[in-house]
Ligand binder design. Structure first.
Ligand code: NAP
Length: 332
């Protein structure tokens, strides 16, 4: 039985990856940081099928201790300050978690378990404002946010530890991927939650910023399969993971409202406070290398993804609203 360590297991991708690896028969260790309130919502269904270990990307000793205790065959570094807008408010912390945090995990691997295979969660936000479309593994990075800058650091330190120490380290350059487990502050989930609230009569408007930016949106369940495939190859490498299709924020909004039979023009309000200091206009990925080398293909399409997320939010909010004494509907 192989052992996998997942950092960021309480997040969207961590929970889908844990589902996937448990299904493959792995012993799964989920690393989580200490919070004053437990945050197990996305993984509680796995409570008796995975183990949890407390650690923090800011604390190298905790990382080494976890590696010594579990000696994992594979390490998936998914933990990060992952929300682009917050990276302008907390740029130093973003650099610490999302950038230097990668070095701390790699150092722990180098010292304790150098034959562990390592996956780094890199991002299409590293491409930023580049005019080349679609973007692939050879496209120049031009990040437009402190988050994107920190991810570029994480990517290059991964490549560097592969070249310097021979660690089997892979960087997955993943384009946006969503699901009903996506955080509510992220645009797609904010839209599907907002549409569900309006449909159920719990709200009458949805405030949004820039709807012209185009993104390549896939389904998180498909993307964690690609992470695993990267670590099963004979040689480590870097791979773009994307659907190859881009859609504007407006298309996302229209698809979500249309799915429940509502007209977005009646409910969507533009809020300039939600504009970013610098935005990325168009991201669309070319995953040819992943298709050829990993045999990876996305299964869920754009419309299916949006419908799946809206349906899940309608179902969740209906369930919560039916409970007696619900004054306001909690976020998740
Ligand atoms: P997410 O839902 O925001 O999850 C982030 C995880 O990181 C959470 O479990 C969080 O723990 C943990 N974390 C944050 N700071 C930490 C620290 N100092 N020590 C330990 N854990 C810490 O993000 P996601 O969507 O699953 O994304 C997973 C990874 O892929 C991230 O690195 C993200 O930047 C990257 N990525 C995501 C996308 C996407 O579209 N989803 C695209 C490209 C790359 P708490 O629960 O305690 O906050």
């Amino acid at each position: 039985m192989k052992t996998a360590l997942i950092t960021g297991v309480t997040g969207q991708d961590g929970s889908y990856l844990a589902d996937f690896l448990v299904g493959k028969g792995y012993r799964v260790i989920g690393m989580l940081r200490r919070l004053s309130l437990e945050n197990y919502g996305r993984i509680e269904h796995l409570a008796d099928r995975m183990e949890l270990a407390q650690g923090d990307l800011l604390d190298p000793t905790s990382l080494e201790t976890i590696l010594r205790e579990y000696m994992p065959d594979e390490v998936y570094n998914l933990a990060a300050m992952s929300f682009v807008p917050t990276s302008w408010n907390q740029p130093v912390l973003t650099g610490e978690f999302t950038g230097l945090g990668v070095t701390r995990v790699l150092e722990a691997i180098r010292i304790v378990k150098p034959d562990a295979r390592f996956y780094q969660a890199s991002s299409s936000e590293m491409f930023g404002s580049i005019p080349e479309t679609p973007q692939n593994e050879s496209t120049r990075f031009s990040p437009r946010s402190p988050y994107g800058v920190a991810k570029v650091y994480g990517h290059y330190i991964t490549v560097n530890y592969r070249e310097s120490y021979g660690i089997f380290a892979c960087s997955g350059i993943l384009f946006n991927h969503e699901s009903p487990r996506r955080g509510l502050e992220f645009f797609p989930r904010k839209v599907t939650d907002g549409v569900a609230r309006i449909k159920l009569g719990l709200s009458n408007e949805l405030r949004l910023g820039n709807l012209d930016a185009r993104r390549d949106w896939g389904y998180a369940g498909d993307y964690v399969r690609a992470m695993w495939l990267m670590l099963q190859q004979p040689e480590p490498g870097d791979f773009v993971i994307a659907t190859g299709e881009s859609h504007s924020g407006r298309e996302f909004v229209d698809t979500a409202f249309r799915h429940v039979g509502l007209d977005p023009a009646e409910y969507v309000r533009f809020d300039p406070q939600l504009l970013r200091p610098a935005d990325v206009d168009h991201l669309v990925g070319d995953a040819s290398r992943a298709k050829a080398t990993l045999g990876w293909e996305p299964e869920a399409g754009f419309e299916e993804l949006v419908r799946l997320m809206v349906d899940a939010d309608v179902e969740r909010l209906t369930r919560v609203a039916a409970q007696p004494g619900t004054a306001s509907i909690p976020a998740v």
